[in-house]
Design a binder for this molecule. Structure first.
Ligand SMILES: [Zn+2]
Length: 155
């Protein structure tokens, strides 16, 4: 698939890890909001939507979606990627497939294992399992050797 890469700064990765850990031993979902620029999708905002969560579950309630939509409209952004944690291994569950917020072709859905407890800026791309939506609406895992082509972390 020929997909425009996502570009995010190290500071935004640090913010992502901080917010995920702050949730403690609960799943947590974050949205990377951004805009298209020449040849890339640039992340502008690391955003934690209103959510209901438990150890192995999260949901964005209707009100959370409304607040998100308003924010996207006023800032001129879209949801580039979503990131969430799992209590155990990182994979895309059936619920993750079904309830993904990002739905455009080439969208990335990133899952971090063990509540992101051991995630760092340096190991983020190794720890993360990265899934991409194809044109038949299926989420496929991006092979680890290709993750860097899709997701670039700038200094
Ligand atoms: Zn999940």
């Amino acid at each position: 698939m020929n997909i425009t890469p996502v570009e995010i700064s190290s500071a935004q990765i640090a913010e992502t890890i901080k917010l995920l850990r702050y949730a403690g031993r609960q799943e947590c979902i974050l949205l990377w909001l951004g805009r298209r620029e020449q040849g890339l999708q640039r992340i502008i905002d690391v955003y934690k939507p209103l959510q209901e969560a438990d150890r192995d579950y999260f949901e964005i309630p209707r009100q959370g979606m409304a607040v998100l939509m308003e924010r996207l409209r006023t800032k001129g952004l879209y949801v580039v990627s979503q990131v969430h944690t799992h209590p155990g291994l990182a994979f895309h569950s059936r619920a993750d497939d079904k309830w993904a917020i990002v739905r455009h072709i080439g969208a990335l859905s990133i899952v971090l294992p063990f509540f992101a407890e051991s995630s760092t800026i340096e190991n983020f791309l190794q720890e993360a399992a990265v899934f991409q939506l194809d044109s038949s609406n299926r989420w496929n895992e991006v092979a680890s050797e290709h993750v860097r082509d899709q997701l670039r972390i700038t200094p």
